[in-house]
Design a protein around this ligand. Structure first.
Ligand SMILES: [Zn+2]
Length: 315
């Protein structure tokens, strides 16, 4: 495996003096699961640097980009229930965003999975909806009326007309990108003036992440960087977005679903879940802030003033 080093992918800082964790992985244990959005094998990560300037935590060195893209297109997909629960939670932010939008024409979801969020965009009245998804398996599981809206591939700004979309969303994907800054720059170009970018990512400074340390499931070989509220805000403001807000995401799932996610051994977890189902509690909804943040920003209506050039990056 050929490894390559990089500077901070967000602010370009070359200061790598603050080492958060040394590399802990074994390529022999990697298989198709490592690049699915689920969690096998666990507790493997690259060497992680904490950027003193922008607060991003990023992996370096890491494998070359071509290898990772290959991994994603072949990744397995395993849960429609999970994607729909998440999409419902994220859709709770839509009314607040829609209040500020001039129209609902043009919505792009990057890393759309099985298109679960596209269903909510339709419900909320958006038109001209497109989802981009690099993995084949989730697309195959999409609802029949959603399937025509999904495109298999990796997000590329040049594939779309500039200023075409009112809303561009990207959930649980920023961590996986080789160059998140370039992606957000592309999002800015494709938004109409006044349009909104809406991202969901892990918060590495959340209570659960701090309690679990490097045993938190967010420290994972598939995450090339991890954001905090500060670095997430930096990501949008550096790309010219204004009115940026960063807020915690409160997930509302049935108790049995939370238990499936809990960091417990399988042989303990499964009997517990069936016991809870037997006494009729498994289906009760429970709201927990699970360590995600919603990052929302708007492209200024007089967008020329707001845009700042990308920092000169040394690759
Ligand atoms: Zn940085």
């Amino acid at each position: 495996m050929e490894m390559t080093s990089r500077v901070c992918p967000l602010c370009g800082s070359t200061d790598t003096s603050r080492i958060f964790a040394e590399a802990d992985f074994d390529f022999n244990r990697l298989d198709g699961f490592a690049f699915a959005s689920r969690k096998l094998p666990e507790y493997m990560h690259y060497r992680l640097i904490e950027c003193k300037r922008c607060d991003l935590l990023y992996a370096t060195p890491l494998p070359r980009e071509e290898f990772l893209v290959q991994g994603y297109s072949e990744a397995a997909y395993d849960s429609s229930e999970e994607s729909h629960n998440a999409a419902r939670t994220y859709a709770s932010f839509l009314p607040g965003i829609m209040e500020r939008l001039a129209d609902l024409r043009g919505a792009l979801d990057i890393g759309a999975g099985d298109g679960a969020f596209l269903e909510f965009l339709l419900e909320h009245g958006f038109e001209g909806i497109v989802g981009i998804e690099p993995s084949r398996a989730p697309i195959a599981a999409a609802r029949h009326d959603i399937l025509p809206l999904l495109r298999e591939g990796v997000f590329c700004t040049e594939d779309h007309d500039p200023e075409k979309f009112s809303l561009i969303t990207c959930f649980q994907t920023l961590e996986h990108l080789y160059d998140p800054l370039a992606m957000v720059h592309g999002v800015w170009r494709l938004l109409k003036p006044g349009g909104a970018a809406f991202f969901i990512c892990h918060n590495r400074r959340s209570l659960s992440a701090r309690l679990l340390g490097t045993k938190s499931p967010i420290f994972d070989i598939e995450h090339l960087q991890l954001f905090s509220p500060e670095s997430a805000r930096y990501l949008l403001e550096q790309n010219g977005f204004s009115s940026v807000t960063v807020s915690p995401v409160v997930n509302r799932y049935p108790i049995r679903y939370w238990m499936r996610l809990a960091p417990l051994p399988q042989n303990l977890k499964l009997p517990l879940i069936s016991a809870i189902d037997r006494i009729g509690l498994g289906g009760l909804p429970l709201s927990i802030p699970a360590g995600n943040i919603a990052v929302i920003g708007y492209k200024s209506k007089s967008a020329d003033n707001a845009f700042q050039a990308l920092p000169e990056m040394v690759k």
